[in-house]
Ligand binder design. Structure first.
Ligand SMILES: Nc1nc2c(ncn2[C@@H]2O[C@H](COP(=O)(O)OP(=O)(O)OP(=O)(O)O)[C@@H](O)[C@H]2O)c(=O)[nH]1
Ligand SMILES: [Mg+2]
Ligand SMILES: [Zn+2]
Length: 303
């Protein structure tokens, strides 16, 4: 029962040379096909990633197989993990277990900002801290330029607002270290999903890298969400000259207040004629980031 019509589909999972591709049927529910790329097709060495839109052909409704015949132009590509066409990044950290590391939060936020999409910060496991500590964190990240979403498994009202927000977005992704509760959240968002989660290790309070693959899930007709494997971010590979634009405390001074430094490409370190007000909390992280990217940059030049 082959059908030679072409359909536009969305890659939801990838393993070896296989792809799971969803297409919408007339009732607007998803039909899922196991696909390979047509042999004669060469995508000019472009790989296909989760989140990509592809055209599928040779559809076999019985065996749920089809072949991918072309790849649509993508809006963006996140590199770690590789996911295409993201609209919103939710940087996800737990307030405890594993313990909140502000420098890691900052690295994740800045890496996400460099993608040029909407970035939000989610704090999980707020049942493990006092209201006072929670307010402190909301205030702190507010100064960083983020209105944080604080969640905990016990309070479903916080969660309901968050879910309503996700349903307004096209394709959101949860990113953060292992064990912070990304998959737990996804299981709450999609009742019946029951993807594997695991308690953080008792001794070192670290996650166990439970999720191994990037996978995209449909949460409503127009909305998708991506669960990713947790990791810690070491080197940040962002062009130094872009860094000032990724910190709201800096670009607000430049854009809203119109501050001007002597040199147009001022990195706001000890540069002569720098007029940036540096009395904001993340300045030390910013400085560190510029300095480590500089040494990274020169190291690569020497190689
Ligand atoms: N106390 C508390 N524990 C939570 C909460 N959310 C998640 N957890 C627990 O945190 C542990 C880790 O959750 P996972 O969902 O597996 O974490 P993950 O971020 O998906 O981890 P990786 O897949 O390894 O990246 C599980 O034991 C969850 O039950 C919460 O709000 N409060
Ligand atoms: Mg997980
Ligand atoms: Zn400056």
């Amino acid at each position: 029962m082959k059908n030679n019509n072409k359909y536009l589909g969305l890659v939801t999972k990838k393993f070896n040379e296989f792809f799971l591709v969803d297409i919408k049927n007339q009732e607007n529910s998803n039909m899922r096909f196991l696909c390979k790329v047509r042999k004669s097709i060469n995508f000019k060495d472009q790989l296909i990633y989760v989140g990509d839109e592809v055209v599928i052909d040779n559809i076999d409704l019985k065996s749920k197989r089809a072949v991918i015949t072309s790849l649509k132009k993508r809006k963006n590509l996140l590199t770690r993990p590789s996911v295409a066409n993201i609209s919103d990044i939710y940087i996800t950290f737990s307030v405890e277990e594993p313990e909140l590391n502000f420098s890691q939060v900052n690295r994740f936020l800045i890496a996400a900002e460099s993608m040029g999409v909407e970035v939000s910060l989610v704090l999980t496991k707020c049942d493990l801290i006092s209201d006072k500590r929670r307010s402190f964190l909301i205030d702190k990240f507010g100064k960083w330029g983020y209105q944080v979403i604080t969640l905990n498994l016990q309070k479903s009202d916080y969660f309901k607002n968050f879910l309503a927000e996700l349903k307004q977005k096209e394709c959101s992704i949860f990113m953060g270290p292992s064990g912070v509760g990304k998959t737990t959240l996804l299981n709450m968002i999609i009742p019946g999903l029951q993807n594997s989660t695991a308690p953080v290790s008792n001794k070192i309070k670290r996650g166990k890298n439970t999720t191994r693959n990037v996978e995209l899930f449909s949460i409503s007709n127009q909305s998708y969400i991506v669960d990713t494997p947790g990791f810690n971010m070491q080197n940040l590979e962002v062009d130094i000259s872009l860094l000032p634009n990724l910190y709201s405390e800096i670009y607000k001074q430049v854009i809203n207040e119109g501050i001007k430094c002597k040199y147009r490409n001022c990195l706001h370190l000890n540069d002569e004629g720098c007029n940036l007000n540096k009395s904001f909390e993340r300045y030390s992280f910013y400085k560190e980031m510029i300095e480590s990217s500089k040494s990274h940059y020169y190291q690569n030049q020497e190689d």
